[in-house]
Write a protein that binds this ligand. Sequence first.
Ligand code: AMP
Length: 141
Amino acid sequence: MKIKDLLATKTGRPVTVAPTATIAEAVRTMHGNRVGAVLIPDATGCPLGIFTERDVVRLYAEGDDLTQVTVEQRMTCSVVLGKPDDSIDSVMSLMTERRFRHLPVVDGGTLLGLVSIGDVVKAKLDEAAKEAETLREYIHS
Ligand code: AMP
């Protein structure tokens, strides 16, 4: 199974915030949309930024004033991107090795979607259930 197959099952676009949004605004956006990450398109000097719930935890623990600091000051700018033809297995390995749980998927400069580790695990479970069903049918035929 490939990432493009997974994206085809997802509804909705990735949630984005402006680079100038404060961290507090980004947190409210994440909470309102029930997501653990937001993307920051076309941030100054950075084609794409990402900001996740793990960043919020770190900044709060470090004592940042979340109502004053902006997303562009704290987002991750060197974002690792996936491609539509990447396999689910390779994405799972990448996320495990690099220790992040979100992967924006881009095709020729166009943002296609954002895949989370939850999406990947669900796709693997669905695949395993289908295989088991096929084997059951084979045994009973
Ligand atoms: P996460 O596990 O996705 O909540 O992210 C853990 C850390 O990695 C945070 O600092 C994120 O900003 C960063 N991060 C998340 N996804 C990516 C990605 N695709 N490329 C680079 N950094 C990322």
